[in-house]
Ligand binder design. Structure first.
Ligand SMILES: [Fe+2]
Length: 389
């Protein structure tokens, strides 16, 4: 009888400990690391407040000082949530920083009373602290890789990234359709992000250009909670070394009133607003000064017979503006085929389309750059050279 009682007590204790424990389920991972800012995202298993501690990578023990804390806040209040986002600005370009993230459970919030529970954090004691490097302000040549159309085939991430030599690339872009539908936040992680986090995303930010499949599903409006969070738009520009990047969000491929969207989309208007934003990019001094101007967009703005509505709307709204921007290359996905279009009278810039079975690697060399499509088996499918105009 005593043994049974002891067993019941043990089970109750284990159950109570489980109740109070909090875990980080996914992440942390980096987003929008630029010259002077970085954003950190992670998911806990319980509603909690979150914060990041950061230290320079100066050889001191992480525990040498009380490191500054950056909280996940909204309008001045620490957010209680299971997804945490901290955007830190005012960083120095080209500097390596160390960091760890924390989540403290909020057990109860009743009027002005808040009861906090246990804390979960990334480890800086037994493991090395996580690190990341802000982008350099000046760099003579750069190298980057673009992957797209993974469609939640998480097993292709590791071979794709390894063959693409991800560790030696300055930048890694996701060019859309990394999942096929978003019904819940977990879909991002089971589909591809858990693989990316274990490979590189803790230390190197993936830059996410949305595809048309990320626009689908009941959770699609939450996309920006996870990717490009705290940024004004999902379309954005950035620069590194000789390259200025214009990252477009091309939206859905069928008409907004198509039966597949059940009346829930409004991408024609979204693309119209984006075209107005695109006109302003020409005024950016960094755009004017750039040696190379590269567009990354999921759906290609090319002309072919019987083209679907979305790419045609992109062609009509974006291409006249891009034609006047001296674009060196547009990199796309979406059609699951490797294609290349020379500039023509309608689209006055080259368009390179990567299939769903490879990556695009770009390396700049002084006044030229090469774009290589490499397939999942590691073999080079195509290699093209582009020279400064
Ligand atoms: Fe697509």
């Amino acid at each position: 009888m005593k043994k049974i009682l002891a067993l019941v007590l043990l089970l109750a204790t284990v159950s109570a400990l489980k109740t109070f424990a909090i875990k980080i389920l996914h992440g942390p991972y980096l987003q929008n690391v630029y010259q002077t800012e970085a954003t950190f995202v992670w998911i806990s298993d319980k509603p909690s407040v979150g914060w990041v501690e950061m230290a320079p990578n100066d050889g001191t023990n992480f525990y040498s000082y009380d490191r500054p804390k950056y909280f996940d806040t909204q309008i001045g209040v620490k957010r209680t949530d299971s997804i945490h986002v901290v955007r830190i600005t005012g960083l120095k370009p080209g500097v390596t920083y160390r960091y760890r993230v924390f989540s403290q459970e909020v057990v109860k919030h009743d009027h002005a009373y808040v009861q906090y529970g246990k804390v979960a954090s990334t480890n800086v004691y037994r493991e090395r602290p996580l690190t990341f490097k802000t982008l350099e302000e000046t760099k003579s040549d750069i190298s980057f890789v673009v992957v797209n159309d993974v469609h939640a085939r998480k097993d292709v991430i590791t071979p794709l990234m390894k063959y693409a030599d991800y560790e030696n690339r300055d930048l890694i872009f996701f060019n859309g359709d990394m999942v096929s539908i978003v019904n819940r936040g977990e879909d991002f992680f089971t589909g591809f992000m858990d693989e990316c986090i274990s490979l590189f995303a803790k230390n190197k930010s993936p830059y996410y250009v949305r595809g048309n499949h990320e626009t689908r599903g009941e959770f699609a409006t939450h996309f920006q909670d996870y990717f490009n969070p705290r940024q004004p738009h999902l379309y954005f520009t950035m620069h590194l070394g000789p390259v200025y990047f214009i990252n477009l969000d091309t939206g859905e491929d069928k008409p907004d009133n198509d039966i597949e969207y059940a009346g829930i989309t409004d991408y024609d208007q979204y693309r119209t607003e984006q075209a107005e934003w695109l006109k302003t990019v020409k005024e950016d001094p960094l755009f004017k000064a750039a040696k190379f101007r590269i567009v990354i967009a999921h759906m290609p703005t090319t002309i072919s017979k019987n083209e679907w509505h979305g790419p045609v709307d992109c062609l009509n709204k974006f291409t006249p503006i891009l034609n006047d921007m001296d674009i060196d290359l547009m990199i796309c996905g979406h059609v699951h085929r490797d294609l290349y279009y020379e500039p023509n009278e309608v689209v006055k810039y080259p368009v390179l389309v990567n299939s769903n079975m490879g990556s695009v690697e770009v390396n700049t060399h002084g006044d030229s750059f090469e774009a290589v499509i490499r397939h999942l088996n590691g073999k080079v499918f195509s290699k093209r050279e582009f020279r400064v105009k």
